[in-house]
Design a protein around this ligand. Structure first.
Ligand SMILES: Cc1ncc(COP(=O)(O)O)c(C=O)c1O
Length: 441
């Protein structure tokens, strides 16, 4: 049996009150009872929110491993860009509370219409500039559905024979953890032991136009789509050449191949535009959105696309119990409202330029340590030279000791992607703390 009581620190499960647990206790429970698919930063446990960019965390006390102290942590990652609107954005939280308490929000599936779906579809199609939207839940599900729709369009509209359809991806991609997504991945850690993989996928080097052109010329008739991130996030913020997407978009049109963007991480203002493709003046035929589509409050994702692509769906061919259910619809609508009314893309542009200036100075002052700095808007990263001394994990730990939460991607790259609500003062703190840590390496 299990007995559960209380809220917050008083939340008690079978006599264990979470407010009494030390960071070491949390680690022990996670190691004993959880799957070991993450290696979280050591000796720190997040407790609650102080302001839109600041978390309160618990660290072991100097006196006793059994006890903890609370410290502020500036959130340099904002849940991998899921919290673009800032932690506990008041507009979104108020909308959730008002709808649950006053509007008596129901929970119903899609087999019966609910009134909030229309509002969500109106808001999301207007925001994306797309003909149609299909709601899902996790980011990977939006990518998975774009993948399926590309195949369906390939067969039903383009006329590729059944089971012969190809979808092209890019090296270094990250689209999530479903079997199709890891079938497209070239990261050995995410693939090992999970085969056999989904067929009909080929990769070209990211940002290599000639390789794509060559592949399209050889196999274009069987290719339904090029399915790709406009800027690669998990790969370490890889920004393609300015002319890459305009050239790719034109090439796709010439070969009647869909351009399918994964904007799960780059969308919702992150790169200084509402969607990263707007930086390049191109429009995908279909795209997946997630993360900040739920305002950092609920997992909300969706696929937005052209009429003839999403139009290939038929009743029974797709579905999701919680995709677009009333609460997700309300959160999705208010995530969009906040992004627009708080000018978050514009703030990402301004604060991103400020952060990149810190990085550029750092690179100039420590050319032996910093190899490259990259970014668009507030999706930024610095890459260190590949050496044992310049270890990304060590940097993350040292940043943590200095009150900053950031995490390395790969050995020598550290991504910094704070909330788009971040203040000028907080960006300067980020820049100064990073400088302190790098100078001491
Ligand atoms: C580009 C991209 N696509 C898809 C995903 C998967 O999203 P989720 O973890 O919500 O399934 C991520 C997550 O980091 C991502 O960065």
């Amino acid at each position: 049996m299990v007995k559960i009581d209380g809220y917050g620190d008083n939340l008690t499960v079978n006599g264990v009150r979470i407010g009494d647990l030390s960071p070491a206790d949390h680690e022990k429970i996670e190691k004993q009872k959880g799957g070991q698919n993450y290696s979280p930063l050591e000796n720190v446990v997040v407790s609650h929110v102080k302001d839109s960019s600041t978390l309160i965390c618990r660290k072991p006390s100097n006196n006793s491993i059994e006890a903890f102290v609370e410290e502020e942590l500036l959130d340099g990652l904002c849940c991998y860009s899921a919290v673009n609107q800032g932690q506990l954005n008041t507009t979104i939280v108020d909308a959730v509370i008002a709808h649950l308490q006053n509007e008596k929000l129901p929970t119903v599936p899609r087999s019966i219409r609910h009134k909030y779906m229309s509002a969500f579809l109106l808001a999301s199609t207007a925001f994306t500039g797309m003909d149609r939207v299909v709601p899902k839940v996790a980011g990977v599900e939006s990518w998975e559905l774009t993948f399926k729709l590309c195949r369906r369009w390939g067969q039903f509209v383009k006329g590729i024979p059944e089971n012969e359809c190809l979808v092209i991806g890019a090296t270094g991609n990250f689209h999530g953890r479903s079997l199709s997504a890891v079938s497209m991945s070239d990261d050995p850690d995410s693939r090992k032991g999970f085969g056999p993989f989904v067929p009909g996928i080929e990769l070209v080097p990211y940002n290599d136009f000639d390789a794509l052109k060559d592949l399209f010329e050889r196999k274009g008739e069987k290719i339904a789509a090029f399915s790709v991130e406009p800027i690669q996030g998990e790969a370490g913020v890889i920004v393609p050449d300015d002319d890459y997407w305009p050239k790719v978009s034109k090439l796709c049109k010439e070969h009647n191949i869909l351009l399918a963007f994964d904007e799960v991480q780059t969308g919702f203002g992150r790169t200084g535009e509402n969607f990263a493709h707007q930086l390049y003046n191109v429009k995908p035929d279909i795209m997946g959105c997630g993360k900040a589509a739920g305002g950092g409050i609920l997992p909300v994702s969706f696929v937005a696309g052209r009429d003839d692509v999403i139009g290939t769906l038929t009743p029974g061919s797709e579905g999701s119990t919680f995709g677009g259910y009333p609460l997700a619809s309300v959160v999705g609508i208010y995530a969009i409202k906040t992004l627009i009314e708080e000018n978050l893309a514009q703030n990402a542009k301004i604060r991103g330029a400020q952060l990149m200036a810190h990085f550029e100075n750092l690179k100039n002052d420590f050319p032996d340590k910093i190899k490259e700095v990259r970014g668009k808007g507030l999706l930024t990263a610095f890459e260190m030279h590949d050496s044992e001394k310049l270890d990304g994990h060590k940097v993350s730990m040292e940043l943590l000791n200095n009150g900053i939460y950031a995490k390395e991607t790969h050995h020598s790259t550290v991504r910094i992607a704070p909330a788009l609500t971040i203040t000028e003062e907080h960006v300067n703190i980020l820049g100064e703390k990073i400088r302190l840590v790098i100078s001491n390496l």
